[in-house]
Design a protein around this ligand. Structure first.
Ligand SMILES: [Zn+2]
Length: 257
């Protein structure tokens, strides 16, 4: 049992951390050798909500109009976004599709899966961060062992939060290692593979676009911010991916017939 195409999204994963620590990240190391990989330079603002939406609708931010998780103090939901996502389109064409923990809304979106993620995609404690990795991986493996799917998409959200708070600290690598192990468990279940982040990361002062105020509501100083260079790893994908919207196109092309 497996998925014809497995897409793993890792919010805020960045080559600068992976490359510097490649010997501590055996799965990334293996993928860098065996799969195609590159830095994907965003042509849109590196904000998580619109970036994930562009990736899976194929639309520019000004077309899907989903700019923020919260608008007028109200959490946005799937119903607030007037666009077809890749899972909507392929399901109408009778493809078997499931998606888990996709962070274009809070809590992250699930398609055809009943799931509640620890930390709701905005976790701030190690318990919530560990819980997300563990539960998301467990649920994915459970599904992929049991079912034959055309497309399975799964995302991890925690690196975004951890890097905002702890950029430059040892704990960042600790969580890349946990993500590395999670990917090792998932990749054998996909015939073709896309691993992608919605944007990269850098230290707070280096970022061209500041996505959050320097201090959190509780007065904690943020150390990192989003960067326009995302990661991309593919296996068996023929479409060239040069921006986030091309991921939608690449997936659609895989199921043309
Ligand atoms: Zn993000």
């Amino acid at each position: 049992m497996s998925a014809k195409l497995l897409v793993i999204g890792i919010d805020a994963a960045t080559w600068t951390v992976i490359d510097k620590n490649i010997d501590s990240l055996p799965t990334f190391k293996k993928l860098k050798k065996e799969a195609k990989n590159k830095a994907l330079i965003l042509d849109q603002k590196p904000y998580s909500a619109p970036c994930w939406t562009s990736m899976f609708t194929g639309l520019k931010e000004e077309e899907h109009k989903h700019h923020e998780f919260v608008v007028d103090n109200i959490l946005q939901t799937r119903e607030d976004i007037n666009a077809n996502f890749i899972w909507d389109i392929l399901t109408r064409r009778k493809k078997k599709v499931k998606a888990l923990n996709i962070p274009f809304i809070v809590p992250p979106y699930n398609f055809n899966i009943d799931f509640k993620v620890p930390g709701a995609g905005v976790g701030t404690t190690t318990k919530e961060w560990n819980g997300e990795i563990k539960e998301v991986t467990k649920k994915s493996v459970e599904i992929l062992r049991k079912e034959d799917l055309d497309l399975f998409i799964v995302c991890y959200t925690i690196l975004d939060k951890i890097q905002h708070l702890h950029w430059g600290e040892e704990i960042v690598l600790e969580y890349y290692k946990k993500i590395d192990s999670a990917i090792r468990e998932l990749t054998p279940h996909g015939e073709k593979l896309i691993i992608i982040s919605d944007h990269g990361f850098c230290s707070f002062g280096e970022a061209r676009v500041q996505t959050l105020p320097r201090k959190t509501k509780t007065g904690k100083e943020l150390k990192g911010d989003h960067h326009e260079e995302a990661i991309l790893i593919t296996k068996g994908i023929n479409t060239n991916i040069n921006n986030l919207r091309d991921v939608f196109k690449a997936i659609k092309n895989e199921f043309r017939n």
